[in-house]
Every structure is written in C-alpha cells, then in structure tokens.
Design a protein around this ligand. Structure first.
Ligand code: ZN
Length: 197
C-alpha cells in the first residue's frame, strides 16, 4: 500500500474499499493503519519528552457507511436549523463518503487532553502548542497537515488544523520543506517521473 494514496473529490474510493492492515488504539478505540498508529505513538512520546501533554486520537479509520452517515447527519442538522444553502456547504466539516481519506486509515483527527475534558471543538486545536509542535516536527514522523489554510483553493477542503495525514518520513519532509500539499506534491512527482529525472 502506498502511503501517498490520494483521496479527494476527483479521486474517490469505492464503497467496498477497505484498508487491510488496521490496528486499534486500546485507549481511544480509534482504528488506524498499523504503521500510522506506530508512528503516532512514536511522535506522541517525543512530544511528551518535550513537556507537552499527550495528543488524543479523536478519529481515524471510518468505513464508507459511517462517513456517509456522519456527513448526512451534519447536513440534515443544518437544514433543520434553516441554515441558508450557501452556509451549509461552508459549515459542513465532514466530507462526502468516497472523498474522505478517513476511509484509508492513513489520517487522524487529534486534540489535547484539555480540549477533550472541556468538550472544546476540534477547531480550537489551532491555538494549542501541540499544533505548533506538529507543524514543525510532525514531518519527522511522517505526518503532514493535510488541509492547510493557504491551500484551500487546491485541496478544495476547508482548513482543518486538527487533521494530520501520514505519508512517510521522506515524503513528509520534502512536502514541508517545499510547502506543498499532497495534490501539489503528487503532480510534481508525476512530472518528475515523466521527465525521467
Ligand atoms: Zn479528519
């Protein structure tokens, strides 16, 4: 399995798609690809060595049906609240089934213990030291911020400060150094391969 797998609106996964090597975190019961989970543990240890509290896994692998349910529920709630149509698309945080990389087990939503205890929204992760730490050191463990604020026009997904994707250390470090999101990195990769460089 390639850790560069692209899943988005233009590159969907089928309803029957299911990753093969999933492992469950015993504390949060979140499922992730086994290598992703191992690297998450490694990263969490490094983070704690520097005096920060452990990161909490909020969400990892989601089956197609669950993704569909979460998305539909969120849309229905907004409709019930009579949100104007244009607001609904702006307010929905779940991606439609088939377009979410949560179905791959390669990404995770995280928060801090403080956020969890205080029932804070995931968007508050933006203001944590953990976020700063992840942005500077996450790549050393293979993780990238998948939907950055300055790449919304390319990913077509609203900025998600809490959503990190595993792509492997080598690729993550290159992407971070060149400030490329996954879509940009893959198209550059294709070009390089085509030109045999
Ligand atoms: Zn997510």
């Amino acid at each position: 399995m390639t850790y560069l797998k692209l899943i988005n609106y233009y590159s969907k996964v089928t309803p029957s798609y299911r990753p093969t090597k999933l492992l469950q975190d015993p504390i949060t019961r979140v499922w992730l690809d086994e290598q992703v989970l191992m690297n998450f543990y490694k990263m969490n240890q490094a983070l704690q060595k520097e005096g920060l509290s452990a990161l909490v896994l909020v969400s990892g692998y989601r089956a197609f049906a669950l993704q569909k349910k979460l998305y539909n529920q969120q849309v229905e709630n907004l409709v019930r609240l009579s949100a104007p149509f244009e607001d609904i698309s702006a307010l929905v945080t779940y991606l439609p089934a088939g377009t979410s990389e949560h179905q791959s087990g390669l990404c995770m939503d995280v928060c801090t213990a403080y956020m969890q205890q205080n029932f804070e929204e995931l968007s508050q992760f933006e203001y944590t030291f953990h976020k700063k730490w992840l942005d500077s050191k996450g790549a050393e463990f293979g993780f990238i911020l998948r939907y950055p604020k300055d790449k919304e026009h390319i990913t077509h997904v609203k900025y998600k400060p809490y959503h990190y994707r595993y792509v492997g250390v080598n690729h993550a470090q290159k992407m971070r150094k060149q400030n490329l999101c996954l879509e940009e990195y893959l198209s550059q990769h294709e070009r390089l391969r085509y030109n045999n460089i």
